[in-house]
Design a binder for this molecule. Structure first.
Ligand SMILES: C[S@@+](CC[C@H](N)C(=O)[O-])C[C@H]1O[C@@H](n2cnc3c(N)ncnc32)[C@H](O)[C@@H]1O
Length: 281
């Protein structure tokens, strides 16, 4: 394994793709992403080997994807004409999901990640109108033209940030929330929120490697999803990842035991937990 398998924040996208590849290869897969193995490549494999018990966390990653798929399809069924995937990484939903061919789908991520993805997917055909935008989303000025285009080109947009906000500062997430809320056509935002306890646990497991790559985990608000209220968003749906994984029958005995207790509500503390939240304006 290379001495620094995670070189930068974009390498975490390779890691996410490995989980989707492993799921795809299961006989009882909850979704199939035939491009994931190619996108993850050998580096993705090295990165996933960093964790002490490598398959222990699969259920959390896979359930997150299943919930994002489910909430996204609900938004499309209720008339979304644009999907904006911020920090799309190596996500291949436009290729693996059945979508209205006219749906406008925008993926944004850092320029080197977009270049890598464009190269690997050159010969693939998406199931909707897909475009990719290379941009540093933590830079307000750099993302402004993209947000202006979203306002101009959609009537009803939904934004996804899957695995992004945890890498941003509290202030940065607040500004992003403000800027998204200022887009008149932006109806819903699907986002994952982790508790302070889960962030701490993950930093113990892999914090050294993430910090060395300048990609520490930062955002885990005690207020949970109510954090977004000051920024123009209210939680229309909150789904605990643990409880959804129990329903999907993907938990080992100990976690099944934890899932017998009700999902935590804000303020979130030391208890490790995560939720997928649908925010509406
Ligand atoms: C854990 S990956 C998640 C990728 C994808 N959403 C998924 O679930 O597979 C985090 C992604 O955030 C992107 N990212 C982090 N900071 C970013 C920034 N400032 N601007 C754009 N993208 C960023 C990384 O390049 C990476 O693709």
């Amino acid at each position: 394994m290379p001495s620094q398998p995670i070189r930068n924040v974009s390498d975490t996208a390779l890691w996410a793709a490995v989980y989707r590849a492993r799921e795809t290869e299961r006989p009882d897969a909850l979704f199939r992403d035939p491009l994931a193995r190619k996108l993850a490549g050998a580096r993705g494999h090295d990165i996933s080997g960093l964790l002490p018990a490598k398959h222990q966390n699969d259920w959390a990653w896979i359930t997150r994807t299943v919930l994002f798929d489910r909430f996204l399809l609900e938004q499309i069924a209720s008339g979304a004409d644009m999907v904006v995937n911020l920090a799309a990484g190596l996500d291949a939903r436009p290729y693996r999901m059945q979508l209205p061919p006219n749906l406008h789908w925008i993926e944004a991520d850092l320029p080197p990640l977009i270049a890598y993805k464009e190269e690997l997917l050159r010969d693939e055909t998406p199931n909707c109108r897909l475009e990719r935008v290379p941009v540093d989303l933590s830079d307000r000025n750099a993302r402004k033209p993209l947000f202006e285009r979203i306002a101009a080109e959609s009537k009803r947009a939904v934004v996804l940030t899957e695995g992004l906000v945890i890498y941003l500062t509290r202030e940065g997430v607040g500004e992003l929330a403000d800027d998204l809320a200022a887009i008149p056509s932006m109806r819903a935002w699907i986002v994952d929120v982790v508790s302070p306890g889960l962030r701490e646990m993950l930093m113990k497991q892999i914090g050294k490697e993430l910090s060395a790559a300048d990609a520490p985990l930062l955002f885990s608000p005690e207020e949970g999803w109510t954090f977004f209220e000051k920024h123009g968003w209210r939680a229309a749906k909150v789904q605990s990842v643990l409880h959804a994984a129990a329903e999907l029958k993907r938990l080992k005995l100990l976690f099944r035991f934890f899932a017998m207790f009700p999902p935590p509500k804000p303020p979130l503390g030391k208890q490790p937990s995560s939720a997928i939240v649908v925010l509406e304006r």
